[in-house]
Design a protein around this ligand. Structure first.
Ligand SMILES: Cc1ncc(COP(=O)(O)O)c(C=O)c1O
Length: 452
């Protein structure tokens, strides 16, 4: 347990992997899908806050939160209580057919974070990020009567057919699975660290806008484009924050051509960036928002929020048997209580959103100081607890191999972490991370980097 004088540290009781971990991994390799990745030998047994203990009793500090999901950490008492209470009432009725107060009030709570004066939004609930994305593109096509969708290179939107078509991060998601959705075009993402289209960090946003406009001249009729879908901060592609002018310019472009603007907030949303939605760091409002991951502290629920003026699909045209499950909705309410600060978390000040902003800023400051010590840390970027650390070769090109070694060295020292992009480690811990726990994680990172 954490005390004032002795902050909790990872505790490695066996060499990794321990014998029980090894035995489960062998059975896992025999019986589970051949598509699953197993980057590190870790088999969780239980968790508490930002700590996860494996089946051999090894306790690790969690700096990835099950890919940016476990917003409130593991087994948060407030979330556990909400789930327990709901599961004793009912666990399923089917929201597609019958309204339930718990999902009605969840929708009311979610739209409060996005509605501007004079605007009304509505919510469709699903189970996963991909399902929210599918709903978004179906709605955009249905609403506009147009077919074409524009997405970005480096993006990740999920693994169902529509979502993998939109995804632009890795060809392995698509190889051998075609034919995919027709009429999808990818454009570069404005990455200020690696500006596309011969641009600079300052001009990369405008360069991407100009590129889209040039497609409208020679390649895609603009009046056939239903939607542009984009992560306001790109996750899987490398935890990239676009320049401040980009999203407002994209909004203006969509307005000019009657295109629906979809912001995929599945990874960066739900308080992770220090604001409820990552697009709120910019002066912009989308037409549709997709949410999942961090919404319910690990219980499966997703949401597609749309302006009422856009949500024009007819009764019965879309639904989901499990979508908006009441137990997951209870977890989402409890998560929102903590994110908004209605319920406090010890050591985290006002709200988890504010905590993400301040602890994240501290981590980024410290990592930037480390750049002087370790020149292979080419870029430190992000917002709140959505932080990317890019590894570079002396010539500035991405160094994926060094990133892999660094990531393993951190794991071996008790820090759970995950890569993304070509050469990036993503830092996406639970939003309850205290400054003291952040210091522990940074110390492990420094030791790991020094060992390379
Ligand atoms: C931005 C984004 N959209 C969509 C998805 C798909 O979510 P899921 O895996 O829940 O289908 C992900 C998952 O990583 C994501 O990061």
């Amino acid at each position: 347990m954490t005390t004032a004088t002795q902050p909790r540290q990872p505790e490695l009781k066996t060499p990794l992997p321990g014998p029980k971990t090894q035995a489960i991994m062998e059975r896992d390799a025999q019986h589970l899908s051949t598509s699953y990745m197993r980057p590190y030998p870790f088999v969780p047994d239980h968790g508490e806050g930002v700590w996860l203990t494996d089946v051999d009793g090894n306790t690790m500090l969690d700096f990835f939160a099950g890919i940016a999901v476990s917003t409130t950490g593991h087994a948060h008492p407030h979330v556990v209580k909400a789930v327990q209470e709901q599961v004793t009432k009912f666990s399923h009725v089917c929201l597609t057919d019958y309204p339930q107060e718990i999902t009605t009030s969840l929708a009311e709570r979610l739209v409060k974070h996005v509605e501007k004066p004079g605007e009304k939004w509505r919510v469709f609930f699903g189970n996963s990020g991909a399902e929210a994305v599918e709903a978004a593109i179906k709605l955009a096509r249905n609403h506009t009567g147009r077919t074409h969708v524009i997405s970005t290179l480096g993006s990740f939107h999920g693994r169902t057919y529509g979502a993998i078509t939109l995804t632009g991060s890795k060809t392995k998601y698509k190889r051998g699975f075609g034919p995919l959705l027709p009429n999808v075009t990818h454009v570069p993402y404005p990455n200020p660290f690696r500006p596309p289209l011969g641009s600079t960090p300052e001009t990369c946003g405008q360069a991407v806008i100009d590129h889209i406009e040039s497609l409208f001249v020679g390649v895609i009729p603009a009046d056939e484009v239903a939607a542009i879908i984009i992560e306001p901060m790109q996750g899987e592609g490398g935890y990239i924050v676009p320049p401040a002018d980009f999203l407002p310019k994209l909004r203006a472009l969509c307005d000019k051509y009657g295109i629906v603007l979809i912001f995929d907030e599945v990874q960066a949303g739900m308080g992770r960036s220090g604001k409820m939605f990552s697009f709120q760091h910019f002066d912009v409002q989308p037409d549709i928002i997709t949410l999942a991951k961090g919404i319910a502290s690990g219980l499966p629920i997703s949401a597609m929020l749309a302006k009422e003026s856009v949500m024009t699909w007819p009764v019965g045209s879309h639904g989901s048997t499990f979508g908006g499950n009441p137990v997951a909705a209870a977890a989402a309410h409890a998560t929102l209580d903590l994110l908004e600060g209605e319920v406090g978390h010890p050591g985290c000040g006002k709200s988890l959103m504010d905590n993400a902003a301040s602890v994240g800023a501290y981590i980024m400051d410290e990592l930037r100081k480390m750049q002087a010590e370790f020149p292979f840390l080419g870029d430190v970027r992000g917002a709140g607890l959505f932080i990317g650390l890019e590894f570079v070769k002396p010539d500035g090109s991405p160094d994926g191999k060094l990133r892999d070694r660094a990531s393993l060295a951190m794991f071996e020292r008790g820090l759970l972490n995950l890569d993304c992009g070509e050469a990036v480690i993503r830092i996406s811990p639970p939003l309850i991370l205290t400054r003291e726990e952040a210091e522990t994680g940074l110390k492990i990172m420094r030791e790991a980097l020094a060992s390379l």
